[in-house]
Structure formats: C-alpha cells, structure tokens
Write a protein that binds this ligand. Structure first.
Ligand code: GLP
Length: 241
C-alpha cells in the first residue's frame, strides 16, 4: 500500500486528480470505478477544471459507480446518480450512456444486482477504483458484518450509516434504509484502488483499515489484500497512523 498524507487540500486534490488524468492520457478507454461522498468532491471538481483546460478527455471512458440508495427517485438531489451528474458527468465530455450507477428502483433488485455484475464482468475489470470509507469502516455500502458478500447486493444500512448520511437529508427518517452496493469481491477486482479520506472523524476507521487485522468487521481492512492500493489522507484522517 502506498499511503500519502497531505498537509494541504490542494495537494490532496491535485494528486487524486492526477492519478485519473494520467490513466486517461495513457488509456482513453479506461474503465473508472467511481464513488460518492464528500471526500472525492474536490477531486471531481479538479477533473472538471482540467477537462475545461483541455488536459483530459472522458469521451472514450466508461464508469461504474459503487452504490445507490434503494427507493430514492433517480432525480432526487441525494441519489448517487444525481450526485455524479452534478459533480462530474454534466461538466465533462463523458458519454452518459457509458456511465453506470446501480438502479435502486429496479422492480427486481436481485436481477439488477446480477445484471450489474455481468456488465462489470463483460466490460471490466475496472482500471482505477475510487473509494471512500465510512466511519465504521464500510466501503461502498458494505457494512461491517460476520461475513461479506462478494457480488453486488442489497444491503440494510446500519444505524450509524443512516445517522452519518442524515446530514444530506431534511431528517433522519428520510434516509433510505437500504442500498444496492457492489460487493467486496467486485471492488477488489479493480486493477488499482485509490482510497480518498478526509476528516478526523475517519481517523479510527483509517487506522483499523490500514493497520488493524483483516476482518469483515472492518470491510476496508480487506484492501490490505489488494496489490495496488494508493491511500490519500488529509491530516485529520491520517492522525492516528
Ligand atoms: C457513503 C458512501 C460510501 C462513502 C462514504 C464516505 O456512505 N456509500 O461509498 O465512502 O459515504 O463518505 P465521505 O467521503 O463523505 O466521508
């Protein structure tokens, strides 16, 4: 694992963006694995800026997002599809038909999960997977548990995740209680993983993930088994390493 700690935001953001830009420069058809959350927002904004300066094109790239809430209308401002459109897709030359976010409104969610994995199987592997981490160590929406699913699946969100994500909704009761998420096996198939973490409230999860035992009780700790992981931390997130 290559762990990088940054003292200023600009360097954190520029380093994250550069990893994606260099990939697209060497492989314009790269398959990107994308994540939502506050940690990657600055990186997406930097990608838009670099795109507008003509430094990067997404026109031949494809993308697969990690997760989506179940039952939230796709045009709801807090759906992960809306998040991606707002923060990245609407501002770069990516072909929207090649951007994929799990459909949390599918009539048959199990079939949707299987179809998502089939698409990843047929068009993957993901060349570069962006990840964040939940304060309980979740990646995507793979919550700590006695066992973890390998493939894309429907998950019941834990109370702490509902509480952490309530800040994006009017009230706690509005946060969807389920999500569709890529599984750990799917995530670990990416050629390279870039974990972006900002904020002191993530410091414990980061230490557990990077230095603790590999355990399903901290899903991010499974990243220790992947051969090509880059971790970008701000000062707060890295304070206990
Ligand atoms: C949500 C997403 C995760 C993300 C996490 C951390 O729970 N499902 O994929 O990693 O938030 O978000 P943030 O970057 O805002 O801390």
């Amino acid at each position: 694992m290559n762990i990088l700690k940054f003292h200023n935001d600009e360097d954190f953001i520029q380093t994250g963006a550069n990893l994606i830009v260099s990939l697209l420069q060497s492989n314009p058809k790269a398959v990107l694995g994308l994540a939502t959350g506050s940690s990657p927002v600055g990186v997406y904004a930097k990608l838009v800026e670099m795109h507008n300066k003509g430094l990067v094109s997404f026109s031949k790239a494809a993308s697969y997002n990690l997760d989506e809430y179940v039952g939230l209308p796709v045009d709801h401002p807090q759906s992960y599809r809306s998040f991606m459109n707002e923060h990245l897709f609407n501002h770069v030359d990516i072909d929207l038909a090649r951007t994929h976010v799990p459909n949390g409104n599918a009539a048959d969610l199990d079939a949707e999960c299987l179809a998502y994995d089939k698409m990843l199987e047929d068009n993957g592997p993901v060349d570069l997977q962006i990840l964040g981490i939940g304060s309980n160590g979740h990646i995507g929406f793979n919550e700590p548990d006695a066992s973890l699913n390998s493939g894309t699946h429907v998950v019941d969100l834990l109370e702490e995740t509902l509480e952490a994500n309530a800040r994006f909704f009017d009230k706690l009761e509005d946060v969807p209680r389920q999500a569709v998420t890529m599984g750990i096996g799917g995530i670990l198939k990416a050629r390279q993983i870039v974990l972006l973490v900002r904020g002191e409230e993530k410091a414990e999860a980061v230490r557990n993930a990077l230095e603790g035992p590999i355990t399903t009780q901290c899903p991010a700790s499974l990243l220790q088994s992947h051969p090509n992981v880059v971790v970008l931390l701000d000062e707060g997130a890295g304070k206990w390493l």
